[in-house]
Ligand binder design. Structure first.
Ligand SMILES: [Fe+2]
Ligand SMILES: [Fe+2]
Length: 187
């Protein structure tokens, strides 16, 4: 099968009807796509993996099932092992090696994209003028977007070998062009 983001979107939306979950997939896709260009990597593959990483979350919302029970479904649909393995690697509890730039990037973007999204939702201009400084301030407030694992945000930047400020700046820049699709105001 040819791996395309269009095909990944088709699989995602067949299993995922929830708007917030679709938006999360789009946000992570934008960030992973940004880094694919920086790495001169296969952007279509990277985007497809990002779109698919939580494709089974709606039907498997618990860690005893997500994402491991989604993997056989992806294989049945013809997704290559490279895609399935990368999808599986984002889950902390599976403790799989993040031994490729794609796996490291997916992990590094997953929680931070969610957090930046949450920051944008409470600002009148969304993420238009969002600076690393205010993201970091919010990271230190445990009650804000409490579901986002701070340790994974910090570990992700480290895994990419980036300063947290730079990683935040990249993620915000990657998400800005699709702010309307993410339900964010644009000032
Ligand atoms: Fe996940
Ligand atoms: Fe995710």
């Amino acid at each position: 099968m040819e791996v395309t983001r269009e095909r990944a979107w088709e699989t995602l939306t067949r299993y995922t009807k929830s708007e917030p979950l679709r938006r999360h997939a789009l946000a992570v896709e934008a960030c992973v796509g940004f880094y694919a260009r920086e790495h001169d990597a296969d952007e279509e593959l990277w985007r497809a993996v990002a779109l698919l990483h939580d494709f089974d979350y709606e039907m498997h919302p618990t860690l005893d099932r997500h994402p491991q029970d989604g993997a056989p479904i992806l294989r049945d649909e013809g997704w290559p092992e490279e895609v399935v393995e990368a999808v599986l690697s984002h889950a902390e509890h599976l403790e799989l090696p993040r031994d490729t730039p794609l796996k490291r990037t997916l992990f590094a973007c997953d929680e931070l994209a969610g957090f930046v999204h949450a920051c944008g939702l409470v600002r009148p201009d969304g993420i238009e003028t969002l600076e690393p400084k205010s993201v970091k301030k919010k990271l230190k407030q445990p009650s804000f977007a409490a579901g986002v694992h701070r340790d994974e945000v910090y570990a992700g930047a480290e895994l990419l070998g980036l300063e947290l400020d730079d990683h935040i700046r990249n993620v915000v820049a990657a998400m800005r062009p699709i702010a309307p699709e993410l339900g964010l105001h644009t000032g």
